[in-house]
Design a protein around this ligand. Sequence first.
Ligand code: SAH
Length: 211
Amino acid sequence: MLAGLIRYGIRDDRVLEAMRRVPRHRFIPDTYRNAGAYGDHPSPIGYGQTISQPYIVAYMIEKLDVHPGSRVLEIGTGCGYQAAVLAAMGAEVYSVERIPALSRFARTALDDCRYESVRLRTDDGYAGWPEEAPFDRILAACCPPEVPPALADQLAVGGRMVLPVGTDLQRLVVVSRGRGSLERRDDLWVRFVPMVSGPPRQAEENDEETS
Ligand code: SAH
């Protein structure tokens, strides 16, 4: 997997080292593991959701520029893999997921891999995590139509946010907060699941009906 990431242009040794250390297969539920955990493709994780392909995880974290001790807010915990990579880089990770069963799965996988320090919350990520704000870095693994205002508010001065934005056409956006002002740069075209507002419907808690 690492050779592929390097070939595609990932250069940051801290990202590559963290991705070498985190056992990706431990974050893919048994039922879906036979699709392979280390190929460069997204994998299903149940509840109609997927774990992002390794390249996009590496690319986003490289863009985010995480340092040991950075306070990082992630929206869309999913199975917890990306949160584990951030924790392996020494970040203090806060991650929000709206589907309770996924958050529970992530908790178990993170604890099994000794990333107990990652904080998880089951809630609507559009609101961020106001009690723990501000954050040095914010990352979203699901796509809102616009940059959510609460997330922009919770970004520290000097902070940076990387997230997909759009509806049909989605673009990775890098938002930086200088003193007072927000600067926005458009990056790659991407494809993520939508950032959905409101609590999950019953069917979304039921694997059979949604995946
Ligand atoms: N980072 C994950 C990828 C998760 S896929 C990983 O490493 O596996 C995106 C996740 O975003 C899904 O689990 C989906 O349920 C979640 N999501 C969608 N809308 C959300 C919202 N409003 N708040 C929090 N999570 C949301």
